[in-house]
Design a protein around this ligand. Sequence first.
Ligand code: HEM
Length: 447
Amino acid sequence: MQPPTIRPPTEPLSLLQTIRAARRNVLELIPELAYKQPIVSGRMGARWHMVQDPVSLRRIFLDNVENYPKSEVMVRMLRPAVGDSLFTSEGDEWRWQRRAVAPVFAHRNVVALAPMMTATAKRAVERLEAAEDQAELVSEMLSATFDVICEVALSGREHFDAEDYGRAILRYFETAGRASLLDFLHVPDWMPRPGALLSRGAVRTMHRMVAAAIEARRKEDRGNADDLLDHMLEAEDPVTGRRMSPTDLLHNMQFFIVAGHETTALALSWSLLLLALNPAMQERAHKQARDVLGAKPAEEKDLEAMPLVRQVLEEAMRLYPPVGMLARNVRERDKLGGRDILPNDIVFLPIYALHRHRMWWHNPDGFDPDRFAPTEASAWDRYRYLPFGAGPRVCVGANFAMMQAHIILATVLARFQFEPIEPLPRPVMFMTVRPDPDLRLKITPVR
Ligand code: HEM
């Protein structure tokens, strides 16, 4: 069965249609041309360009990165929740935080967190076993990855009401995320942005919980818990020796918690839907996981022997990149794909369209994890597959995300079989690409 997708607009949208589409689904703003051409430009308030060409993307992410700071609009949208954290800052403020945080996510530290990921994968299986013959997989996967991030970020959930926190995140995404498009299009400030107001309560809820957890750790003096919070309390810029202030810490931990579980849960959910739609591939992935694991949960040492499970995740993030679109401002005049790019133009990077582009992919809308086999993937241009971004601002948590997703997916696949339930969900993006309205699958335990 063909994976669900959206029908892109074939004609340019009016301002009103654009605003409506943005409230419904950001992916519906990507024109059909963007799936066929390297760059598409237009004007609506500001001049904008959508860039889907690996050569130009390399220039934006790496070779001329200073010219393309993160879009001020996106940053403004996130700042109430995550302040000037690593994700939202620029220039020197970004540089010192990146130097301080990078070692926290070094391979050695991430591997040390794997046993907690294994323990949470085991709990996910127990929850699925308790389900009747079907389950809503997004909430199951959110629960699993939230479990991981609470364990590794804060050594437990005592200070969190996971449900309250989860609801606050959703409210924030839906409100702040929807309002933002008006800003991109330079719609005047007097037009009300309901999201900004609605999201305030959600942000307060999230901050209160994270601050309580950090405060408890400071007081606890529990020696070395060896988790993310511990490493962040110790983090320091190797060049200047600067340490995180309590506010820096709060904003960064808050970002890790939101970024660390929502995106990974979506990669897992889409993987399960794709496998449910493709029983032959599911059988191959199940067999690989079962042969290596039997009925036990996956550990870090098992992962190398289950490459197909990882390829399924990679292919799921090609078809449904959790971060489906990025945006950048333009500082100085430049050329991309032979086109003049002017100061104050807006550059959109529609990762969703890049990953389904007719020029770069064979069978672009089809599910084929074998294209990620090492022999195949080593031949392509790295800049045509960018679920984690690239260059100096590449996702700092990519290894962490891949390890937890690999552990959870392998564990679940070894134990259950999944079948689709009609109607299938469609991909909808506000800040992340989610199955809408949710993802129900039939599940059968494998004895
Ligand atoms: C499947 C899961 C994930 C996906 C798809 C993802 C995607 C991304 C993308 C696309 C960017 C680049 C944004 C840009 O260039 O504008 C990014 C940056 C970032 N991500 Fe992730 N991410 C994931 C998981 C995580 C996790 C688990 C963490 C931390 C616990 C994390 C922390 C960050 C941070 C701090 C940045 C900003 C880095 C910087 O600007 O220097 N992400 N992520």
